[in-house]
Design a protein around this ligand. Structure first.
Ligand code: NZQ
Ligand code: ZN
Length: 391
């Protein structure tokens, strides 16, 4: 095992009706003026926003709402939110929604605590982040894991850059997880979410270090998500399926399934380029490149892919190379069964070579960085993977 620090301080409140406890948790974590961040309107249509804001006001808290966080949330929208939160005098930010609302809320919390700084300079790390406001979450989609993660991702539309920052200030104080709140999800979002949950563990599992306990936890999580992702898609109101997905989503990205390893996250970096440039939904962007990535890096350590195939997919083939191939094929087939794209053609269309080269150039930050740890990928490797996925 590599050395690690495990800090996952978010208080998880799981179960039917738990959103009713929101005012108490806001108070517990010091909130009195609550800036509520939500997305494009699903929480308005379901009545959740009104129920929660009413309960907050009845508990004597001041409330201001700020909607409009969209998938692949933008810096421009966050800047508007920061202005509104500063003039409201917010001392607590509450996200109601999924990763896009939560990441917008985190960014607004950072910006409101540092009003003299532009938020993008915090994102690019020109300015160190040393304080923020507390953030709470009521989750409505199992996917990004932002409710427990130390990460937040924004897109700067002006320069087509999608970037995340990892900091302890991104850890939410509490996360309210009521699986019933996901029943209204469109099937496409359940599919994207299932893919993203799997990918947060896959991007940790495929790394150069082997650790039995961490690997076994990762495999159990993957088996669970594969099983219940299909069930939730068949019946979005299946409580057990949505429960399993919700808890898996939080555990998959709070650090647990990669402890003691060297997280890879190359597939996430490959996918972010698709979202930054073509606004592809996050989960879909990952499914579109995973197969090409896996085939490209598998020869680096075939035994790892063989173990994955046997322990996650029940492959019985005894020869490692064949088992590894079967595991990759089963994974890609699973994404296809969810309706996810398994190549660029299914999401951004087949691209000409000039664009594929430019995507690689940008993913490698103009040739200044490599990505991944399982196999370290430079700009040329990234190009080869995009080319393989270009079908
Ligand atoms: O915006 P509304 O109207 O709420 O609709 C959303 C949105 O269209 C809808 N939705 C959510 N809950 C619903 C619902 N519709 C009906 N009923 C409900 N209960 O679903 C759509 C997707 O929502 P979004 O918040 O975008 O989903 P997700 O949780 O997948 O978040 C994606 C964002 O998170 C980032 C992604 O890059 C992307 O920007 N990520 C954040 C991470 C983190 N902070 O740790 C890690 C991830 O790897 C990821 O990068
Ligand atoms: Zn993700």
């Amino acid at each position: 095992m590599e050395h690690f620090t495990y800090y996952a301080p978010t208080e998880v409140v799981f179960g039917v009706g738990t959103e009713e406890q929101c005012p108490a948790y806001v108070k517990q974590y010091g909130g009195s003026r609550v800036f509520v961040v939500y997305g494009g309107g699903s929480v308005k249509r379901s009545g959740l926003l009104e129920r929660v804001t009413k309960a907050l006001r009845q508990a004597g808290l001041a409330v201001e709402s700020f909607g409009g966080a969209k998938p692949n949330p933008t810096v421009a929208h966050v800047r508007e939110g920061i202005q509104a939160a500063v003039s409201f005098g917010a001392d607590f930010v509450l996200a109601i929604g999924g990763g896009s609302s939560i990441d917008t809320a985190k960014a607004i919390a950072h910006g409101t605590a540092n009003p003299e700084q532009d938020i993008w300079s915090i994102w690019t790390r020109e300015v160190p982040l040393e304080r923020s406001l507390p953030v709470g979450v009521i989750l409505t989609i199992s996917a990004a894991g932002s409710e427990m993660s130390d990460s937040a991702v924004l897109t700067n539309e002006e320069i087509h850059r999608k970037r995340g920052i990892n900091t302890r200030f991104n850890r939410a104080k509490f996360a309210i997880l009521n699986p019933e709140l996901t029943y209204t999800l469109p099937k496409e979002q359940i599919a994207c979410g299932t893919t993203d949950i799997m990918m947060h563990t896959l991007d940790r599992y495929f790394n150069p270090v082997e650790n039995e306990l961490t690997d076994a936890l990762a495999e159990a999580l993957l088996r669970t998500v594969i099983q219940f992702g299909t069930k939730a898609l068949e019946d979005p109101a299946d409580y057990q399926a949505q429960s399993e997905l919700m808890w898996a989503g939080s555990l998959s990205h709070n650090g647990l399934t990669g402890l003691g390893g060297k997280p890879d996250f190359a597939v996430h970096q490959l996918g972010h380029e698709l979202s930054a440039r073509f606004d592809v939904a996050h989960g879909a962007s990952l499914a579109a490149v995973w197969g090409a990535w896996a085939e490209y890096v598998c020869p680096t350590k075939v035994s790892r892919f063989a173990r994955y195939a046997r322990n996650v997919w029940g492959v019985t083939e005894s020869e490692d190379a064949k088992a590894a191939d079967e595991g990759i094929r089963k994974t890609v087939d699973y994404f296809a069964s969810l309706g996810m794209p398994t190549g660029l053609g299914g999401c951004i269309g087949v691209q000409n070579d000039e664009i594929v080269r430019d995507m690689a150039y940008r993913c490698a930050y103009e040739g200044t960085r490599t990505i991944g740890t399982f196999r370290v990928l430079n700009q040329q490797d990234i190009y080869e993977i995009y080319r393989k996925a270009n079908h």
